[in-house]
Design a protein. Structure first.
Ligand SMILES: Cc1ncc(C[n+]2csc(CCOP(=O)(O)OP(=O)(O)O)c2C)c(N)n1
Ligand code: SF4
Lengths: 278, 377
């Protein structure tokens, strides 16, 4: 048999689009690999997955992975994804987005998708900064850090998306980091079998901007910081999870329970309506 | 299906009837006067036919949800009014860029800003064409009666599917609320084309003679990418001047070069008309009564009504004003429709504007008086 050097995940890549645009050492690649491994291990049909994203470095993911994909407007991945899911409930619809994309400009959609228990997997890559636009402050930027639009430090304290999504009604809420790719992959696998809204935040390194601006000399240094600050907690409530750059960013699965998904609820309405005579 | 019946309904209701018959099975919208009855009626009717109704958290969510639903193959629509239409502009551009069929109803209200929610105006004629940024073309229709609201809703879905584009159905607070008889009968329904080439060979944004690409829906096994970024025939983003030029030409020419097939208009008593009134929507009903009356009194007046506002029926207007000494545009705004009229007519100093700045429509007499003033100075 002929030996090939193909990567075992190559069938999931739009190889003609390579090389990709991400900087060396960027954490986004780790997230892509964890996701593809999860799909591969679960043997999910390639034709049944739709990858949806807004604009950002993270938003470029659907350009490189070979599933149906939509690369839409900044902040609007969730409503597009929900439209897709409701029109084709048999498809697995996954949203990839940066913290600006999903928690700032798209924050309202995130909150309402959680409230509805929308049948989506949302993977938010939190690199503490706006990457694609060149290093501006994000709602997730720690008070201790600087960016190109917060040279004196951010004007207000950061948002902990885990608490927001949990409070709004998300039924699967987790946070991992690029330091734990295997745990991230396992969590993505669980999200695939969860019915309803799954939210996974991934703390990730942006060596090019967040790293440089904050005096991390190399990818290794910022990666080490992310590794150190991320502390795995099992069985704690999302409201006890910490999001503190100095002491701890808690990692783990904070919420996981069953409740009727948005599509289930809409099915119920359709059942009711069919009983009504015009 | 032999579904023909006569009902008595308002413009908003007629649009819902048309949408259901056209195959619309997904609606997302945010309530806003004077379009809310469309949402209310859709929330009742769609589940009855197995469709999905969503009240979005805002208009940004609503337009983007219908983009998603349509990308996955559903016929989808939303309805709004000025403030919501403004919020939807970026999403409309997304539908243009990804060539995703949609119908967006904009029931025009008096404005700018929040204005007067329940009162009619015709101020969004330009916004329906130019509201989203950069280069694009759009199809926009404007019915003048309840019956036409129904017919043009079906037509809008058909045009959207045929040309893979969003279609803006303009209305106003008068059309939304006016109640008339509506004759419902089965119309021809057009569905978007399906790819005929196999995965691997198939290119979603490639154009044949029709200039319209055949774009697979999600879940059909083609691994298509629908990108808001400039893309090539494969749907892939490249920062390259040729790709950009070809992309913009592609999305604009499919409308421009097919304009003659898309355009609809009505030309009444214009063959010998010395004065041609141009009006659209319910305002044209007043103009119509006026010219019929004027004819009885021996005046050689006629009327031209664009039914597709965009593409504007330029050639047809030109033909209709050949004998005209004056072309008088009457509209409920400081002047929007007057621009495409002027663009269409070379010697355009004969084009006059009657700008009716009351949200209550004029009577035919009032309108005639104002038009007379334009003619006689
Ligand atoms: C409506 C709109 N506003 C602003 C932008 C510019 N923009 C593009 S990406 C981005 C933020 C990127 O940061 P994030 O979402 O955190 O993603 P990252 O690049 O860090 O992965 C901004 C502000 C845009 N494309 N659209
Ligand atoms: S700018 Fe930062 S987030 Fe963007 S690709 Fe480079 S390292 Fe990654």
């Amino acid at each position: 048999m002929e030996e090939t050097l193909a990567h075992p995940l190559e069938k999931y890549l739009r190889t003609e689009k390579l090389p990709h645009m991400w900087c060396p050492g960027c954490g986004i690649g780790t997230v892509v690999q964890a996701f593809l491994r999860a799909v591969d291990e679960l043997k999910i049909e390639q034709d049944k997955v739709v990858a949806v994203s807004g604009i950002g470095c993270t938003g470029r993911i659907p350009q490189y992975i070979k599933f149906d994909g939509a690369h839409v407007l900044h902040g609007r991945a969730i409503p597009v994804a929900l439209g897709i899911k409701l029109a084709r409930p048999d498809l697995k619809v996954v949203v990839f987005g940066g913290d600006g994309d999903l928690a700032s400009i798209g924050g309202n959609h995130l909150m309402h998708a959680a409230r509805r228990n929308a049948d989506l997997i949302v993977i938010m890559v939190n690199n503490f900064i706006y990457g694609l636009t060149g290093g501006q402050v994000a709602p997730t930027t720690p008070k201790e850090a600087t960016t190109y639009t917060s040279p004196y430090g951010p004007d207000s304290k950061p948002l902990d998306a885990v608490k927001l999504v949990s409070a709004a009604g998300g039924t699967f809420v987790a946070r991992w980091s690029t330091a734990y790719p295997v745990l991230l992959k396992e969590s993505i696998k669980r999200a695939f079998s969860h019915r309803g809204f799954s939210f996974i935040e991934v703390i990730s390194q942006c060596p090019e901007l967040f790293g440089r601006i904050n005096n991390f000399k190399s990818t290794y240094e910022i990666y080490q910081k992310i590794k150190k600050v991320g502390t795995i907690r099992r069985g704690i409530s999302p409201y006890d999870a910490k999001y503190d750059w100095n002491s701890e960013i808690s990692l783990g699965e904070f919420v996981n329970f069953e409740a009727p998904s948005y599509y289930d609820q809409l099915r119920e309405i359709i059942e009711k309506a069919k009983g009504v005579k015009e | 299906m032999s579904d023909s019946r006569l009902i008595f309904v308002h413009g908003n209701g007629a649009i819902v009837e048309g949408a259901i018959q056209a195959g619309c099975r997904f609606y997302a919208g945010y309530p806003i006067t004077p379009s809310s009855e469309i949402a209310e009626e859709m929330s009742k009717r769609l589940p009855q036919v197995g469709g999905i109704y969503v009240q979005g958290e805002d208009e940004l969510a609503s337009i983007n949800m219908i983009v998603g639903a349509s990308m996955a193959g559903a016929k989808a629509m939303t309805a709004t009014s000025g403030p919501g239409f403004s919020l939807m502009q970026e999403g409309l551009g997304l539908a243009v860029a990804t060539e995703t069929p949609l119908v967006i109803v904009n029931m025009m209200r008096a404005g700018p800003s929040t204005g007067i929610a329940s009162k009619a105006w015709q101020g969004d004629i330009m916004q329906s064409r130019f509201g989203s940024h950069s280069d694009y073309e759009i199809i926009s229709v404007y019915p003048w009666s309840v019956q036409e609201a129904f017919d043009l809703t079906i037509e809008s879905f058909n045009l959207a599917e045929k040309y893979m584009t969003p279609v803006v159905l303009l209305g106003d607070a008068i059309l939304a609320r006016m109640r008339e008889r509506l004759y419902i009968k089965q119309e021809e329904i057009i569905d978007r084309k399906r790819p005929s080439e196999p995965e691997g060979k198939y290119m979603p944004y490639k154009r044949d003679q029709s200039l319209v690409p055949v774009i697979a829906s999600f879940g059909e096994g083609f691994h298509v990418l629908k990108d808001s970024l400039t893309h090539n025939e494969n749907g892939y983003y490249y920062e390259n001047p040729e790709v950009q030029a070809k992309y913009v030409r592609g999305i604009t020419e499919k409308i421009k070069k097919n304009a003659a097939a898309i355009e609809k208009y009505e030309s009444v008593f214009t063959e010998d008309a010395e004065v041609v009134i141009v009006a659209a929507g319910p305002m044209a009903r007043v103009a119509h009564s006026m010219i019929i009356d004027a004819r009885k009194r021996g005046k050689k007046w006629g009327m031209f009504r664009p039914v597709t506002i965009w593409p504007f029926p330029e050639e047809q207007l030109k033909k209709s004003v050949q004998k005209a000494i004056y072309v008088i545009v009457v509209e409920m705004s400081t002047g929007k429709l007057v621009y495409p009229v002027k663009w269409s007519i070379n010697d355009n100093d004969r084009v006059k504007l009657v700008s009716w700045l009351s949200y209550e429509a004029p009577t035919p007499d009032e309108l005639e008086h104002l038009c007379e003033k334009e003619v006689n100075g």
